[in-house]
Design a protein around this ligand. Structure first.
Ligand SMILES: NC(=O)c1ccc[n+]([C@@H]2O[C@H](COP(=O)([O-])OP(=O)(O)OC[C@H]3O[C@@H](n4cnc5c(N)ncnc54)[C@H](OP(=O)(O)O)[C@@H]3O)[C@@H](O)[C@H]2O)c1
Length: 336
């Protein structure tokens, strides 16, 4: 099969198209013919070698995949079933979605169709427009609601707002009734982010990173894709009992703050790990996304606005480099 394989050569990661023998599924595994994958920040770090994402070499990257089961050694799935996989080690510990076929454990495979009447479904393309990015935004909302976040507590600040997770966080939180403020280095995208649901678009030059551990309260909560000084400054501005969902490290993996926001304001820093989400919650969140898309034709039509590129396997490395250089916004689909 055709696949984009990454190997290590003289300490560097080399990613190239290769012709690879297709394995057969083992017990409790399924073989999926991949129709679409996507490029997430983590994928970009992996295939370019800019980050240590891959846990083995050689490996096929791609943490997302959607397609159809072609062979099954699982009681849960049969050939022809429409399915998706996001995270769970795909394209990280084992071969991922940048290939014609993926072999995955039944535990990590999610159906793309549920129920009978009315049927809720996502096409492979729709599933990958959401991909890890849309799923993670949904997971952040679920965690924050579970921890008491309400719209009356104040606006939700989304950082790295033009990115895949950022744009879906704007959609997800505004749909749930929250006022969303978007912090972005790409203020030229203001009208796009407003259309997605942002009430206010903030440039980094208007957001002070010089921060004491407690500043005046500005936000009910936040969804952070950046880490580092931005995350510290955000935590300092969050409302009593507000939540900050820590998702990413696009700026830095460091976090320097004090316990003051936690012990004086009851602020919670919620860890979001889409890779390690329980299967029950994973299924519940994907069903919610499928219901939104199936029950409202305008939602289905609106999904395309998240896609900025649709590329073939040949273009994945180039586009990944552009993503790391902050030249990309929204979601990048990979058509297999
Ligand atoms: N925890 C999880 O389960 C999980 C799941 C998915 C993603 N993530 C992480 O979440 C982050 C976002 O992922 P993504 O796929 O949405 O990536 P993305 O599409 O590349 O978006 C990242 C955004 O962050 C901003 N940014 C990038 N580099 C920056 C820098 N050096 N300094 C400040 N801002 C920078 C840019 O937004 P602006 O130009 O708008 O400022 C960019 O669009 C990544 O760190 C990723 O690894 C974590």
């Amino acid at each position: 099969m055709k696949a984009l394989q990454s190997r290590q050569q003289n300490e560097k990661v080399v990613t190239e198209l290769a012709d690879i023998a297709v394995a057969a599924p083992k017990a409790y595994e399924v073989k999926i013919k991949v129709q679409f994958s996507s490029i997430n920040y983590k994928d970009a770090l992996g295939v370019t070698g800019a980050g240590r994402i891959f846990k083995k070499f050689p490996i096929i990257g791609g943490i997302d995949a959607a397609g159809e089961v072609v062979e099954s050694r699982s009681e849960k799935f049969k050939p022809g079933d429409p399915v998706l996989v996001t995270g769970c080690g795909l394209g990280e510990t084992h071969d991922g979605g940048y290939a014609e076929y993926v072999i995955e454990s039944e535990e990590n495979v999610v159906p793309r169709e549920w129920g009978h009447k009315p049927i809720m479904k996502l096409t492979a393309r729709q599933a990958m427009i959401f991909g890890t990015a849309g799923f993670t935004a949904e997971l952040a909302l679920a965690r924050m609601l579970q921890n008491g976040q309400t719209p009356t507590m104040g606006p939700i600040l989304v950082t790295g707002a033009s990115g895949g997770v950022g744009q879906f966080a704007i959609r997800t939180f505004s749909r749930a009734g929250f006022e969303v403020h978007a912090l972005t280095g790409k203020t030229e995208l203001r009208s796009r982010l407003e259309k997605l649901g942002a009430k206010k678009v903030i440039s980094p030059k208007d957001f002070s990173l010089k921060s004491r551990s407690l500043e005046s309260i500005e936000y009910g909560g936040a969804v952070d894709n950046l880490g580092g000084k931005t995350l510290a400054a955000v935590i300092a501005r969050v409302q009593l009992w507000g939540n900050v969902a820590s998702i990413g490290l696009a700026d830095s993996a460091e976090l320097q703050t004090t316990v003051m926001p936690m012990i004086l304001r009851g602020v919670s820093l919620l860890g979001i790990s889409s890779n390690n989400c329980s299967r029950d919650l994973r299924l519940k969140l994907w069903q919610k996304l499928a219901a939104e898309i199936s029950h409202d034709p305008s939602e289905a039509a609106g999904l395309d606005q998240f896609v900025t590129y649709e590329v073939s396997l040949e273009k994945v490395v180039n586009v990944s480099q552009e993503m790391l250089a902050r030249k990309i916004h929204g979601r990048v689909l990979v058509k297999i």
